[in-house]
Ligand binder design. Sequence first.
Ligand SMILES: C[S@@+](CC[C@H](N)C(=O)[O-])C[C@H]1O[C@@H](n2cnc3c(N)ncnc32)[C@H](O)[C@@H]1O
Length: 265
Amino acid sequence: MKALLRELNPADLKFIIEKEFNLDFHKFLEQRRLNSFYQKRLREIIRERQKNKPLEYILRKSCFFGLDLYIDERVFIPRPETELLIEAFLEFTEKKKELSVLDIGAGSANIPICIALSRPSFRVFSVDISNLALEVAKKNVSLYKLKNLFLVNSDLVSCFKENSFDIIISNPPYVESFYFQRNSALSFEPKISLDGGEDGLVFVRRILNEANPCLKKEGLLFLEIGYNQKDRVLAYAEGKNYRLLSIIKDYAGIERVVIFKSVKG
Ligand SMILES: C[S@@+](CC[C@H](N)C(=O)[O-])C[C@H]1O[C@@H](n2cnc3c(N)ncnc32)[C@H](O)[C@@H]1O
C-alpha cells in the first residue's frame, strides 16, 4: 500500500480519495488503508498516470472554483489561473442586475456556469466552435440545471448582432504553436483549445477586433492571456476604442487577466 501511494503526488492523491472514492481525506491519512476494491482502482489510475494522461481525463472529473465538472478528452482541462478571471468578473459585477454576458470558448462550460450560478439575473451566452466541446458543456450545464445559460456553436462572436452584450469574457487558445507541439503534457488536450498560432495571439487579436462591435456602449472585455503576452496585447489594443481598466497578476506574479472598457463612439 505504501509503495502504491508513493506513485502519486499529494494533490492527485487527495483528488482521488475525495472525488473518485468519496472518502474523507483526513481519515484516510490517519489510517493509510484502502479496501481491495479501492486499491484495484488506484492501481488502474496509477497505470494511466504513468502514461502521463492527466488525472482529470482518467477520472473524467475536474474541480473549478469549487464546482465539480464532467471532463473528458473533448475539452480543455480548466486551470486554477482561470479562477482569477471569475474573481475579477464577480468583483466588477457586484450589485449589477440583468446584464447580458458572452463567454467565448466554452470548453467544459466552467466559466459560464460559474457566472450563471453566481449572477442568476444575468443572461449568459457561451460559444464554442467545437461541437465536441459543446457536447461536454451541455452535460455540465444540465448537471447544474441552469435556465439563464445558453450554449451556441459559433466562430467567436460571428452569430451575434452589434451592441448585444454588456460584458464579453474569454479564456481563448493562447499557446504559441511551437510550444504546444513540443510540450507532451499538453498533447492529451484538443489542439483547437490551445493553439494560438505562431505568436499565440491569433485569437486575442481577433477578439479585440471583433468583440467591440458586439459590446454595448461602455461594455467590458475580460481576457485571460499568456505569461509573456501583456505588452503585445496592450500595444495591439491601442487605437481600437478600448480603455484599459485593470491588469491582474496570478499567484506566480504573471499578468494573467486584462480588463478593457469599450469606448467606441
Ligand atoms: C483555452 S480553451 C478554454 C476553455 C474554457 N473556457 C476554460 O477556461 O477552461 C479555449 C476554447 O476556445 C474554443 N475555440 C477555439 N477556437 C474558437 C473559435 N474560433 N470560436 C469559438 N471558440 C473557439 C476551443 O474549442 C476551446 O474550447
